[in-house]
Design a protein around this ligand. Structure first.
Ligand SMILES: O=C(O)C1=C[C@@H](OP(=O)(O)O)[C@@H](O)[C@H](O)C1
Ligand SMILES: C=C(OP(=O)(O)O)C(=O)O
Length: 431
């Protein structure tokens, strides 16, 4: 994805229609399943193979290419380009570190390079350095990692802080699964302090169990202690982060959302509870995992970045069309996503004529969003290369019926390559 010359899109919501809307496969679920498929011999993972290439999120392709590089016989240094993928990069770094003798040179976008990775690198060096792991950082790229051959004499534990990103802990726990299979002894992750985005660590544990691993868990401590091959390779769900946009668009247009499994472990499934809290009713529409939404959104919207950080831009779009102010708490984490998303959300709300108030408490920041009294005739937004800002701006355009001039729409590729096609099904037109 290049941001050298971003394109522009005018999004016209004047002829909306009711249609079924389908999300892509969940990138967070697919990344975990791909790693576990690789470790347990289910490669290439059938449920990723079943996805059409044009609909596969770019981050899933990045993770798959990285695993393919690790599956090659030991030899020259392998190049792995992680593009804009935070979770793919962080997951692959640990997988490289636990692949005996692997030598990998990682690169990515400048933005990925400036996002925080230090605590993960430190954790890997502390645990595996004594066996020979080396990890050298460029400025910021490349990051070059040489993995040890044998770690059987080491203490089998990774220690990592819980602040900044849950991806460090998830990545290390997937590393523990590799070590367990190879060494037949338990490996653990110990988390210092409280864990941010904890639902994503729960998702990692859920996937390890689905693939047959025993995971023992107590406050801040996770151990992989057993493995028994499951009867079948688990399949992949639709993406609840992407469903966040589609649920709101289906509500506005009278359409349906497909591939929406309410029993998924994804944190962004919180959209269902939050939609219900503002007044939307979720109704089955006959077909499996297919729902429609109706009702008036008159309730108050309150959400926290600790539970569902990736939904907050979507909720900010909804906040702009609600009759009363919205409160988003624990928003600090948004500063270290694909863009400074806190700034991006504030810019989106302002572009639509609303206002935001940021307040800092002892250990968390809260954003209040006040919708405009009168909606604008049209609004303009630059995605800043951030897929969630682009899709949230488009969702606001559909919810409000106000045309949008968007710069940089192509970044949706990261998690939802078919987003603009799905909106076209809902009657959105482009020029
Ligand atoms: O583990 C994952 O798949 C993810 C964890 C979250 O990141 P943080 O833990 O850094 O908040 C989330 O924002 C990201 O989109 C995906
Ligand atoms: C933050 C995100 O992803 P990542 O951290 O994996 O780049 C996201 O998809 O919103």
């Amino acid at each position: 994805m290049s941001h050298a010359s971003p394109s522009r899109l005018t999004v016209d919501p004047s002829a909306l229609s009711a249609s079924p809307l389908t999300p892509p496969v969940s990138k967070s679920d697919a990344q975990r399943a791909l790693v576990l498929g690789h470790l347990t011999g289910a490669w290439p993972l059938p449920s990723v193979q079943a996805e059409s290439d044009e609909d596969l999120p770019a981050d899933v392709r990045v993770l798959r290419r990285g695993v393919e590089a690790l599956r090659l016989p030991p030899g020259p240094v392998r190049d792995v380009d992680c593009a804009d993928g935070g979770a793919p990069f962080r997951i692959l770094v640990t997988q490289a570190a636990v692949t005996p003798g692997a030598r990998v040179r990682f690169t990515g976008t400048p933005r990925l390079g400036e996002r925080p990775h230090g605590p993960l690198f430190t954790s890997l060096k502390q645990a595996l350095g004594p066996a020979g792991l080396t990890l050298t950082e460029g400025a910021p790229w490349p990051v070059e990692l040489h993995a040890p051959q044998d770690t059987t004499k080491l203490a089998p534990v990774f220690r990592v802080p819980g602040a900044q990103s849950s991806q460090y802990a998830s990545s290390l726990l997937l590393g523990c699964a590799e070590r367990f299979l190879r060494e037949k002894r338990a490996w653990s992750v110990e988390i210092e302090g409280s864990l941010t985005s904890a639902g994503y660590m729960d998702l990692t544990v859920a996937w390890l169990r689905r693939f047959g691993f025993t995971v023992e868990q107590s406050e801040g401590h996770y151990s992989v202690t057993g493995y028994q091959a499951p009867e079948s390779v688990p399949s992949l769900p639709g993406d609840w982060s992407s469903l966040g946009y589609l649920v709101l668009i289906a509500w506005r247009t009278g359409g349906t959302v497909e591939r929406a499994e309410p029993q998924s472990a994804h944190p962004d499934q919180a959209i269902l509870r939050l939609a219900a809290e503002v007044g939307l009713k979720m109704l089955p529409s006959g077909a499996p995992n297919t729902w429609r939404f109706e009702g008036e959104a008159t309730g108050e919207l309150r959400a926290t970045g600790k539970e569902c950080p990736d939904l907050l831009p979507t909720l900010a779009a909804l906040a702009c069309v609600l009759p009363r102010p919205t409160t988003l708490s624990d928003v600090g984490i948004l500063r270290v996503k694909e863009s400074d998303r806190l700034e991006g959300i504030r810019t989106l709300v302002a572009a639509y004529g609303g206002t935001t108030e940021l307040s800092a408490g002892a250990d968390s920041e809260t954003l209040r969003i006040l919708p405009p009294k009168v909606k604008p005739a049209r609004f303009t937004m630059d995605s800043r290369g951030d897929h969630r800002l682009a899709m949230s701006a488009a969702t606001l355009c559909v919810l409000s019926g106000v045309p949008l001039d968007l710069t940089g729409p192509e970044c949706v590729e990261k998690s939802f390559p078919g987003f603009w096609r799905q909106l076209a099904r809902a009657g959105v037109r482009y020029s």
